[in-house]
Write a protein that binds this ligand. Structure first.
Ligand code: MUC
Ligand code: MG
Length: 367
């Protein structure tokens, strides 16, 4: 069970349909596949999605920090030394997706070694999660069409609408068009990725007050400390901290400071080990939580699913598990399937998915 090597393999898979949002855009999934090898020949896998606009990481930087710092510090530990692993990763600040992918690949290897699924190791609450689909910037008509297609093809009935454009009516028109088209048959919430000011956010939320929104997420920057508190206090719905609260300490600061009233858990940035701590904290504080999406490929989505299905709290709301549908291809031997609005986890050991060697050979960019 000793860790003998950690590989960081860059790959690139284009999106069929790019995702556009207030803080950036994604046209090609330039991710890093992390493989943890053990002394008995087991290999655990996970993927790190570089999101420079959110965490400052790049594909090159993720490879470098794994090759130069993390791998040398972790080789020689066992798969059960998870708290040692966390301590050694934490000696380096930042780099959340690089750390998270290593953590999840270790859990995958542990599950495979014990022949148990990671979801069961973590908590084993259920085998499926309701899916929420994220709608990127476009015209109202195109976004309504996309939502309708997601409903027809995959049974999805919860949508997170990207907002944060100026003027705010560009986005409020989309949300209104969705509500008019679907009536009460869908759940809608909005995510601004810090695109608006607090006052723009307040006027947009007032304009959408009759649209029955479930949540509002990161409409304005948490660094606008008083403006954000002022906004959050006046909303009648939970305000989700996403990129402002990636660590337990950030969650504590944002919630106790009145800058948010709910949180996003993203395994892509907190892995399984730290996500457990975020979850326990949120549970203790009595917060709503959503399993979020870091614009993950199928491997990252399987990780979100493994964690989200492990606990009761994380199943209360639909999880964001569908961005991979817009990719032109992926790495797994068996593609994930969303059916009747749900994603089911696979019965296999570890995270429950396998990387197809031919696909990896086709998409890796280091050879
Ligand atoms: C999201 O929920 O914000 C876009 C930027 C990011 O950090 O994550 C995605 C989705
Ligand atoms: Mg968000």
């Amino acid at each position: 069970m000793k860790i003998t090597a950690i590989e960081a393999i860059p790959f690139a898979i284009p999106y069929r349909k790019p995702l556009l949002f207030a803080s950036g855009e994604v046209r090609v999934a330039k991710h890093v596949l992390v493989r943890v090898h053990t002394s008995d020949g087991t290999v655990g896998v996970a993927e790190a999605p570089p999101r420079p606009f959110t965490y400052g990481e790049t594909q090159t930087g993720i490879r470098a920090v794994i090759d130069e710092i993390f791998a040398p510090e972790l080789v020689g530990l066992t798969l059960l030394d998870r708290e040692q692993v966390r301590g050694r990763l934490d000696r380096t600040i930042g780099n959340p997706t690089a750390k998270a992918a290593i953590d999840m690949a270790i859990w995958d290897a542990l599950g495979k070694t014990l022949d148990v699924s990671v979801s069961e190791l973590l908590g084993g609450y259920t085998d499926r999660l309701r899916v929420s689909h994220m709608l990127g910037f476009d015209t109202p008509a195109a976004m309504v069409d996309e939502a309708q297609r997601m409903r027809d093809e995959y049974g999805i009935s919860t949508f997170k609408v990207k907002v944060g454009r100026r003027p705010v009516t560009l986005d409020t028109a989309v949300v209104r068009a969705l509500r008019e088209h679907f009536g009460g048959a869908v759940e809608l919430y909005v995510d601004g990725n810090r695109g608006w000011s607090a006052t723009e956010s307040a006027s947009a939320m007032a304009e959408m007050a009759d649209l029955g929104l479930l949540f509002a997420e990161e409409l304005c920057p948490a660094d606008d400390v008083l403006g954000r508190r002022w906004l959050v206090q006046q909303l009648g719905i939970p305000f989700i901290a996403d990129e402002s609260a990636p660590t337990p300490a950030d969650v504590t600061r944002e919630i106790l400071g009145g800058s948010a009233t709910a949180i996003n858990i993203k395994t892509a940035r907190t892995g399984f080990t730290v996500s457990q701590r975020v979850l326990a904290l949120a549970e203790g504080l009595g917060l709503d939580m959503v399993m979020g999406n870091q614009i993950d490929g199928q491997l990252g989505t399987a990780c979100t699913l493994a964690f989200g299905t492990a606990f009761e709290r994380t199943t209360r709301h639909a999880g964001e598990l569908s961005n991979f549908l817009d990719m032109s291809d992926d790495l797994l031997t068996e593609p994930l399937q969303i059916v009747d609005g749900y994603l089911h986890r696979r019965p296999g050991a570890g995270i429950g998915v396998d990387v197809d060697p031919d696909k990896l050979a086709a998409y890796r960019t280091d050879t």
